[in-house]
Design a protein around this ligand. Structure first.
Ligand code: SF4
Length: 370
């Protein structure tokens, strides 16, 4: 089956599958009108730098919080940075793949993204870390396609199957405002790297219309410093994975990304420089900081011990570290016998032991669910 037909087929299957989900989720998936494919930088309306009233129902947990991106919106810096990022898509170097795709001409890169924004769904998410989900949920926006492309991706239909609809930057800004109005505590961009220009431009529009909640950058960690530096002052909470310590493993399971560990380590240091240690505020919610996720994999594939040691040696002991136990084989993982099973209780416990012995003090321990 040709690649485009294959993706179309997966898309049909996915929407057939979610037809059993709640009507609210479906309406959010299909809620925005479809847009014609467009690859030129849209004329961004609403950039008159006028302060708008806070949308009713927002910021109810912490009315004193003012995100740093507002200042950049007022000065015009947000729009400027969005345009700079946009231009990088001419011969794309938005991520460490640096595949050079001419996305502005409508071509797709290694990640399968052109300059046309595609979004799979947006909704309040109650399964994220407690300081992110609170009571109102984390306002997730699931972006289609991915630059890392792991064989065990739990969201593979979205990241690699092409599930999503073309949306405009204005659509995404409206989604953010809707999530805020619904009572979400933050806007959580899931797999944002390849659409970072669109995100910055959408935050600029939304900020002008009353967006006041924190921005969460929920990334695989496969990021370039040059791009992250342009997000300084825009992202409030970095939520990166630290997936592997060994480049042989990242090459094997994440589409030849043998440089993943070195890019992820540099990215974590830069993220920490920008937002510091993540500590919940008095209301229990997170407004700023670096929150690292690490998925424990079978047969020590993800290098948990080395990951923990590196964090201990290079970041403060209070760095937020979530040791995730939910790995399950899915998608192409069954082609690799060593990762074709869940982790054992013993494997999770040894990861916990390493973390506790390391002296890290801000561990998020989910427990072993099976
Ligand atoms: S973001 Fe996509 S198109 Fe750009 S360099 Fe990475 S893989 Fe290539």
């Amino acid at each position: 089956m040709k690649e485009k037909s294959r993706r179309q087929f997966i898309k049909s299957c996915f929407y057939a599958a979610i037809s059993g989900l709640s009507p609210a989720f479906i309406s959010l998936c299909a809620g925005c009108k479809k847009n014609e494919k467009s690859t030129s930088l849209p004329d961004i309306p609403g950039h008159e730098n006028k302060e708008q009233p806070v949308v009713a129902g927002t910021a109810k947990n912490n009315p004193d919080f003012e995100p740093a991106y507002l200042k950049l919106h007022r000065s015009g810096e947000l729009k400027k940075r969005g345009k700079e990022l946009w231009d990088i898509m001419e011969s794309c170097r938005l991520c460490p793949r640096e595949c050079g795709a001419s996305r502005l001409d409508g071509n797709e890169g290694f990640c399968h993204a052109s300059s046309q924004l595609e979004i799979s769904s947006y909704h309040p998410h109650h399964g994220e870390e407690k300081p992110l989900r609170g009571t109102g949920g984390s306002g997730t926006i699931f972006l289609t396609n991915c630059n890392l492309r792991c064989v065990f991706c739990i969201n593979w239909e979205i990241s690699q199957g092409g599930i999503g609809e073309p949306k405009s930057i204005e659509d995404m800004a409206d989604m953010m405002l809707e999530l805020q109005k619904t009572g979400c505590h933050n806007i959580n961009f899931v797999t944002p790297t390849h659409y970072s220009p669109h995100i910055v431009l959408a935050v600029d529009i939304a900020a002008g219309k009353g967006l006041r909640i924190p921005i969460v950058y929920n990334t695989s960690g496969f990021e370039r410093l040059e791009i992250l530096k342009r997000l300084d002052g825009i992202v409030n909470i970095y939520l990166p994975d630290f997936k592997y310590f060994d480049g042989e493993m990242s090459a094997k399971y994440s589409s030849y990304a043998e440089t993943y560990p070195e890019f992820a380590k540099a990215a974590l240091l830069e993220m920490h420089r920008q937002v510091g240690v993540a500590k919940p505020a008095d209301d229990g919610l997170m407004y700023k900081g670096l929150m690292i996720r690490h998925l424990v994999m079978p047969n020590r594939v993800s290098g948990t011990k080395n990951v923990i040691e590196w964090i201990t040696e290079n970041l403060p002991k209070e760095t937020y570290f979530n040791i995730m136990s939910q790995y399950r084989p899915i998608y192409k993982a069954f082609d690799y016998p060593e990762i074709a099973r869940r982790i054992t209780r013993k494997e999770y416990n040894e990861a916990l032991k390493w973390a506790k012995e390391s002296g890290l003090t801000n561990l998020d321990i989910q427990g072993f669910p099976f």
